[in-house]
Ligand binder design. Structure first.
Ligand code: SF4
Length: 253
């Protein structure tokens, strides 16, 4: 039998065809430079995905917002008291800015006004507020010596938890309050306030018992007074947190 004569070009064509049929075509025909570009693209995609990966709910709270700066709390309050940036502006009764000493050493931060606060326009005036007053008294402080504010300035309907979008829109107001008051330390009352301030989703149990920082200000997280009403056993831990706060305050004077 005669052996067919197959030239080099034909052999190459057959080899290429076979590789394409096996799905290997790109491995052979993709030039190195093109392959590199594709690899770079993939790596860029991975790196973009890494940046966009959902870390926690609160990572967006410090988005740079071109907020004007004010010279006093009164000026700031007057400028924002008719805010309707989120839907809570339409359902609130009263805007609740904050109360206390504008030069306070300690800023207490809760999550949002409740029913009593919404009616009276002052934070922590209901049952939980009365308990906070008792805690302050035990610390030999009054609400005229500290400053008390919330993450949200308007009451969420039925006292539900603040939504991430509401906190994102409202947070710059608290940031400006902190800038104007310049407290020596901050005490976040409850999980939501602690997580929002510290931009974390770490559970309250792990936020307590250690110092954190918000914008360089020593920050401690403790139970919300409303939680103490429901679970009186938390009072001991709260008192320990307040002792820690007072100890650091003494050292700072
Ligand atoms: S909760 Fe904050 S952002 Fe929303 S309307 Fe009230 S002040 Fe504005």
């Amino acid at each position: 039998m005669d052996t067919p004569v197959v030239n080099l070009t034909e052999l190459l064509r057959r080899a290429l065809t076979a590789q394409v049929e096996l799905g290997l075509g790109e491995m052979v025909i993709t030039p190195k430079a093109v392959r590199k570009t594709a690899e770079q693209k993939e790596s860029e995609t991975i790196s973009t995905k890494k940046q966009a990966a959902p870390g926690d709910l609160f990572t967006t709270l410090e988005k740079p917002v071109a907020e004007p700066e004010y010279s006093s709390l009164e000026e700031h309050r007057a400028a924002i008291c008719n805010c309707r940036l989120c839907p809570l502006g339409d359902t609130r009764t009263t805007f609740v800015y904050g109360v206390g000493n504008p030069n306070a050493d300690i800023l207490f931060v809760g999550e949002a006004p409740g029913r009593d606060e919404d009616l009276q326009g002052e934070p922590f005036v209901g049952r939980a507020g009365k308990l906070l007053d008792k805690i302050l008294a035990a610390m030999e402080l009054s609400r005229n010596e500290v400053y008390i504010a919330n993450i949200l300035k308007c009451r969420p309907p039925n006292n539900r938890d603040p939504l991430p979008d509401e906190m994102e829109k409202c947070f710059p107001y608290l940031r400006e309050q902190v800038r104007l008051i310049r407290p020596k330390m901050i005490c976040a009352l409850g999980r939501i306030a602690g997580q929002a301030l510290l931009k974390t989703s770490t559970p309250l149990g792990r936020l307590r018992g250690q110092w954190h920082e918000y914008e360089g200000i020593p920050t401690i997280v403790t139970y919300h007074p409303a939680a103490l009403l429901r679970f009186p056993t938390y009072k001991k831990g709260t008192w320990e947190d307040m002792q820690t706060l007072l100890e650091r305050l003494k050292q700072s004077r």
